[in-house]
Design a protein around this ligand. Structure first.
Ligand SMILES: NC(=O)c1ccc[n+]([C@@H]2O[C@H](COP(=O)([O-])OP(=O)(O)OC[C@H]3O[C@@H](n4cnc5c(N)ncnc54)[C@H](O)[C@@H]3O)[C@@H](O)[C@H]2O)c1
Length: 352
């Protein structure tokens, strides 16, 4: 049995309680300053109000000010459950609280621009903690299709766990594998993290087809717009391959669970595809953020905005082939110049 402390009691961090507790580990769930209502509810009733489930017995809930108490001196693994907007906050908490190195597994998805290049979040967290405390942490990350609400009711789920530390991913898979949660080892940290972040970005483009369908006048036979969504989906896979190769990742991650698998589930529901639908209805990104999605954190859009300058520089320098990234370019234009999202149909699928 291990002691697992989860920092961030949002839906995904909390859903990880299920395999961890079912496997018999001690689980300490720590809310951020934004999670107080969740922690109060879990403490009082055991229910997670956003997952709308009762968490398994034995979970110990803590507020962020008790992170040190939750860690104790016996935590074997920290699971980082914050979203990308909370990574800086989480690094602050790790730096001020950790007394000794503890392995960290990131659920958080995202990438960071750094000195004209693109860094994975685990590499960023590891470098920041080392710079500020001198401690070398072992980092791991989870990728692949996992909808928190499904895991929370023990639906069959497959993911990959990756790490640059030899043996860590295999150990974590063994710690967490149950008869419904099936983690598999991947040695492709760069590819997995690229997919984890960019599938949110590309889900916006696939969602756009649904908005276009709703905006169009009804057809004679009430046809849908799945052909268009599928063409964009496949183009997204092709563009993730270009980006993964640049990051040093493998194509296997892109056509496997981290890429195609996760893009599929992300397109079924969620904030990124909802933004896409709104863009497809004809709104600009600013109009969506001022109106129907004003309170939503849309990780795919935030990723595009954060990486736009770096991606454009890499394309201009020929390090990324601009001709192979037409949907990326169209999305960046819509997100940063606030133009309507125009699908560059004639430029799609021109690769060999
Ligand atoms: N929801 C899913 O099915 C799912 C699946 C796989 C991975 N993920 C990833 O897990 C991460 C968390 O997503 P989620 O769906 O649980 O989101 P959520 O909104 O339910 O939870 C977000 C978490 O981040 C914290 N947070 C947000 N902004 C913060 C800030 N500025 N400072 C400090 N903390 C902050 C919140 O308090 C909360 O703990 C994301 O990176 C997401 O991509 C989600």
């Amino acid at each position: 049995m291990a002691v697992i402390t989860i920092l961030g009691a949002g839906v995904m961090g909390s859903a990880m309680v299920l395999p961890a507790r079912d496997k018999g580990h001690e689980v300490r769930l720590v809310g951020t300053h934004l999670d107080q209502a969740i922690i109060d509810s879990v403490t009082r009733t055991g229910r997670h109000p956003r997952l709308n489930v009762k968490l398994p017995d034995g979970v110990k809930a803590f507020t962020h000010s008790d992170f040190g108490k939750a860690l104790g001196d016996d935590t074997d693994l920290i699971l980082l459950g914050v979203s990308s907007a909370g990574v800086g906050w989480a690094i602050d908490r790790l730096c001020e609280t950790l007394k000794k190195p503890v392995p960290v597994m990131m659920i958080t998805k995202g990438l960071m621009p750094k000195d004209g290049a693109i860094l994975t979040l685990p590499d960023f967290v590891q470098a920041e903690v080392k710079r500020r405390t001198g401690m070398a942490l072992d980092l791991a990350a989870v990728g692949g299709p996992c909808i928190a609400g499904e895991l929370a009711v023990r639906r069959q789920t497959g993911v990959v766990i990756t790490s640059r530390t030899a043996g860590l991913a295999a150990k974590l898979c063994a710690w967490l594998e149950t008869d419904y949660y099936h983690p598999r080892v991947s040695d492709d940290m760069a590819g997995v993290e690229l997919c984890a972040a960019f599938k949110n970005f590309f889900a916006i483009s696939v969602g756009w087809a649904a908005g276009q369908h709703e905006k169009a006048p009804p057809s004679e036979n009430n046809a849908f717009n799945f052909n268009a969504a599928s063409v964009i989906f496949d183009q997204a896979i092709a563009e993730m391959m270009v980006l993964a190769r640049y990051m040093g990742g493998t194509e296997k991650s892109v056509w496997g669970m981290p890429g195609a698998g996760d893009l599929y589930v992300t397109c079924q529901a969620g904030r990124n595809s909802r933004l896409g639908r709104q863009l497809g209805l004809g709104l600009s990104y600013a109009e969506v953020k001022a109106g129907p999605m004003k309170d939503d954190t849309i990780e795919g859009a935030e990723l595009g905005i954060a990486l736009a300058a770096t991606l454009k520089q890499l394309m201009a320098a020929g390090k990324l082939a601009a001709a192979e990234l037409p949907v990326t370019a169209a999305l960046l234009q819509a997100l940063t110049a606030n133009d309507k999202l125009i699908m560059p149909w004639g430029k799609l699928h021109r690769y060999a």
